[in-house]
Design a protein around this ligand. Structure first.
Ligand SMILES: NC(=O)c1ccc[n+]([C@@H]2O[C@H](COP(=O)([O-])OP(=O)(O)OC[C@H]3O[C@@H](n4cnc5c(N)ncnc54)[C@H](OP(=O)(O)O)[C@@H]3O)[C@@H](O)[C@H]2O)c1
Length: 294
């Protein structure tokens, strides 16, 4: 079997590694603490900072199935990490296949419309432009090297241990449900099975909306999570107040509204989602919370 390399082996990478067992998985991380965590969980760590040239040349990717999950840098309009990796992975060190986790921010604001993968890519934020830059770089690299690349456009990832508890406890406000944008999600466990399906069956060069297909307005999301966790619902404010009280990054999420059509994912990749909507995902969190610990 081909070796597996997970570049950016954080939360999703570790979930993926667990599903891939007993295959040997190598996980690339930046920090010593993360490398140690991988080692403890049976993943072979490689500690490399993708913001520098040293190290990446030593990462053996040849014949590997690569899941590239590392985010772009936090500033700028380009993904210099992907640029660096594409420069180094040439000739003898080419992977067999690569799945790249992008984000739905590449579409920008769509005024609440349903969109599939043919929608124009017009990111309205630097965050989205860095992702589009990464997608374009992978495509060019794939054309030049012949390595098949599959892109997953991922919206908000949630799981029982990935809910906005801190935000709700801090009492940060939300917009009225009608004013608030549509937001899209995927459960972390479903994202893992999507990654595996994309590696096994994804069409080379294709992009897939990796969403559950059941968008809700963002305010509705926070209300439902608060109800699920038994926390107070956040206060509702008008847009002007929200602009004073929320961070620039939260405001950038409020500026974009779209509903992701996931039919290509379901039909082409043959994925059967375990959590096809927020209700089923949150119900699983509730039953996990009440299950007796053995
Ligand atoms: N949060 C969301 O809702 C959401 C939505 C769409 C897409 N995504 C994307 O999905 C991907 C996977 O998410 P996740 O939750 O698994 O992320 P995560 O837990 O934050 O893991 C990110 C990993 O990337 C590594 N990394 C970051 N900068 C690096 C660098 N300069 N050099 C080498 N490694 C570096 C980190 O290593 P260290 O731990 O050592 O720093 C970590 O292993 C990310 O690209 C994320 O941006 C997230």
């Amino acid at each position: 079997m081909n070796p597996v390399l997970i570049v950016g082996c954080g939360d999703i990478g570790m979930r993926l590694a667990k599903r891939l067992a007993p295959r040997r998985v190598v996980g690339l991380v930046r920090s010593a603490a993360s490398a140690e965590r991988l080692r403890c969980r049976g993943v072979t760590p490689v500690q490399v900072d993708l913001d520098t040239d040293t190290g990446i040349c030593a990462v053996a990717a040849s014949r590997c199935e690569v899941f590239y999950l590392a985010p772009p840098p936090g500033a700028g309009e380009q993904d210099s990490r992907v640029a660096r990796v594409c420069r180094h992975w040439r000739g003898d060190s080419l992977p067999r296949r690569l799945v790249y986790i992008s984000t739905s921010a590449v579409y920008g604001d769509c005024a609440g419309a349903w969109i599939d993968e043919s929608a124009p890519l017009e990111p309205g934020s630097a965050r989205g432009r860095r992702r589009l830059d990464a997608e374009s770089r992978w495509r060019r690299w794939s054309d030049e090297t012949g390595v098949p690349v599959v892109v997953l456009r991922v919206p908000g990832i949630y799981a029982c241990d990935r809910l906005p508890v801190k935000r709700l406890r801090a009492g940060l406000p939300v917009l009225s449900p009608q004013e608030s944008p549509y937001s899209n999600r995927i459960h972390a466990d479903d994202l893992v099975q999507v990654c595996l399906a994309a590696m096994a069956r994804g069409q080379a060069g294709a992009a897939y909306n990796a969403a559950d297909g059941a968008p809700v307005r963002m305010t509705e999301y926070f209300f439902r999570v608060a109800d699920c966790l038994g926390l107070a619902r956040p206060p509702v404010v008008d847009r002007q107040t929200a602009e004073r009280r929320l961070s620039a990054s939260m405001l950038s999420f409020l500026a974009e509204s779209k509903r992701l059509d996931n039919r290509r994912l379901l039909h082409q990749l043959g994925v059967r989602l375990q959590y096809p909507d927020l209700a089923s995902g949150l119900a699983a969190c509730r039953s996990e919370a009440v299950a007796p610990r053995g």
